[in-house]
Ligand binder design. Structure first.
Ligand code: ZN
Length: 151
């Protein structure tokens, strides 16, 4: 039996929360949304600039717990080089994966993103991990605000 690579999960989360990738604001984004997770106090804004069938810029800003920040950082790295439509499908897939048990090794299947599946050990933190992804989808849909408490 293979043990859960707990150190690996924690290492990736810690690294991305301390040194978030693509962190900052865009002055004139084509899409922008502000996401809030009132339960934990996380606030994540997602900024996108689309150019044809690609993102020419992809950034996030905000404040919150380590998981919310790491998730946003990992998300930008995972999505920024995908065509917007594919990024949308990917975000929906990851949101689904985070909310359920997955067979096999999450790192093998999702690379560093697999670290986010650690939230299954802390169900109360699930919304911290999903916030950035929801906010991205809202931004891409052309809307401006997202909350984990909307039904
Ligand atoms: Zn949080």
């Amino acid at each position: 039996m293979i043990e859960t690579p707990r150190d690996l999960y924690d290492g990736v989360i810690l690294d991305h929360s301390k040194k978030p990738r693509n962190f900052g604001k865009l002055a004139h984004p084509s899409h922008q949304a502000d996401g809030r997770n009132p339960i934990c106090g996380d606030e994540i804004s997602v900024f996108l600039q689309t150019e044809g069938e690609a993102f020419s810029a992809f950034a996030f800003s905000g404040q919150g717990c380590a998981i919310s920040k790491a998730s946003a950082s990992l998300m930008t790295e995972d999505l920024r080089n995908r065509p917007p439509e594919q990024a949308r499908e990917r975000a929906n897939e990851i949101l689904q994966v985070l909310g359920q048990d997955m067979e096999g090794d999450p790192f093998e299947r999702y690379g560093e993103l697999g670290a986010l599946t650690a939230v299954r050990r802390y169900p109360a933190r699930l919304k911290c991990a999903t916030l950035a992804w929801h906010t991205f989808l809202v931004a891409l849909a052309g809307e401006t605000t997202a909350s984990t408490e909307d039904s």
